[in-house]
Design a protein around this ligand. Structure first.
Ligand code: TRP
Ligand code: SF4
Length: 323
């Protein structure tokens, strides 16, 4: 299996529960390739690359600290595998523009980021590059979020078209594995996201976690400590369900309904449980960030494993195209 991460900033609880935990578990089941999609970061961020290198290091530190294991999995950086770019070139030749122009993610981006010049050929070809990422290592299973399903569909179409054109199956047709993780709410009740500025990051310390948890919206009708509350409409309760042991969650619900629990204490308990969960990640990340050369070594070792695999795929494709 293979999946990629764009280096766009620190990871938060939404990433952890939505995707990283299930990818950590996949390492017990199959051979995993994880990579940092730094070329993809250029598709929208080509104008300002000042923090690209540090974003890449931070992402690798986040991922490894959260449990992606360089001893068992191949962790690398896209731009260190030039074969991806060559495969991208061949796939670009055969991909009809219409497929890319119809891509809902691209259309949405053009609407949302209309102030920046992102209508470039590279950005339009984002799914072609993604196909090259997957195919270069014979990726079969691609764990992704729902937003990536259109890209995976395009990848499958490109692989099929290549086989059709050259009369033989040259690449593996990938399947999307929809990440089964939970949807995590930010303190404004919306989905946790960096762009909504409502995120608790994996390296927030217990004080920061408490400050952020204090901002969560609760049951608006529970004003005083002994007012009964409705856990089912409270986003603090929704977070308890994700971070608090099941027995304790029952107690939270019962006490809330009975008016035996105040929101201040309820939030403090939640913050404590979140910190318990992320403290080991924060510590591991901090120690990695203090040794940037260790992070560089991880991706260099990963590139050492990925490169021969990629070269092999490329040879097959070149032969198939008769180059
Ligand atoms: N597009 C993915 C995202 O934004 C990142 C990505 C790039 C990727 N190449 C990939 C994911 C290949 C899976 C497979 O999250
Ligand atoms: Fe929400 Fe807890 Fe307050 Fe009940 S006591 S409303 S669950 S924060």
């Amino acid at each position: 299996m293979l999946t990629g991460y764009r280096p766009t900033g620190r990871l938060h609880l939404g990433h952890l529960l939505g995707n990283i935990r299930s990818n950590v578990a996949l390492q017990d089941v199959t051979e995993c390739f994880f990579f940092v999609a730094d070329w993809h970061a250029l598709t929208t961020g080509y104008e300002d690359t000042a923090s690209l290198a540090s974003n890449v290091r931070e992402l690798v530190a986040d991922l490894v600290a959260a449990g992606l294991d360089p001893e068992r999995s191949v962790i690398y950086r896209q731009s260190q595998i030039p074969a991806v770019a060559e495969l991208f070139l061949y796939l670009s030749m055969i991909t009809p523009l219409g497929w890319l122009e119809r891509n809902p993610t691209h259309k949405e981006q053009l609407r949302e980021l209309s102030t920046r010049q992102i209508n470039t050929s590279g950005n339009l070809a984002y799914p072609v590059l993604q196909t090259a990422d997957i195919s270069i290592v014979d990726g079969e299973v691609v764990p992704v979020g729902e937003d990536q399903l259109p890209h995976l569909e395009i990848a499958r179409e490109i692989v099929r078209r290549l086989a059709h054109l050259y009369g033989t199956s040259l690449l593996v047709e990938p399947v999307a594995l929809l990440s089964a993780g939970a949807r995590v709410l930010g303190w404004d009740g919306r989905k946790m996201s960096k762009s909504y500025d409502n995120a608790i990051y994996l390296d927030d310390d217990p004080g920061e976690v408490l400050d952020k948890v204090k901002r969560y919206v609760t049951d608006p009708e529970k004003v005083r400590l002994h007012d009964p509350g409705r856990p089912e409409i409270c986003s603090v309760f929704a977070m308890h369900e994700l971070f608090t042991p099941a027995d304790d969650v029952e107690v939270v619900a019962k006490e809330c309904r009975a008016g035996d629990r105040g929101c201040v204490a309820c939030k403090a308990e939640l913050a404590g449980n979140i910190s318990l969960e992320i403290e080991p990640i924060r510590e591991a990340k901090t120690s990695l960030m203090q040794r940037p050369e260790a992070v560089d070594e991880i991706v260099a070792a990963g590139a050492g494993v990925a490169r021969p695999v990629a070269a092999h795929t490329l040879e097959r494709v070149r032969e198939g195209i008769k180059l």
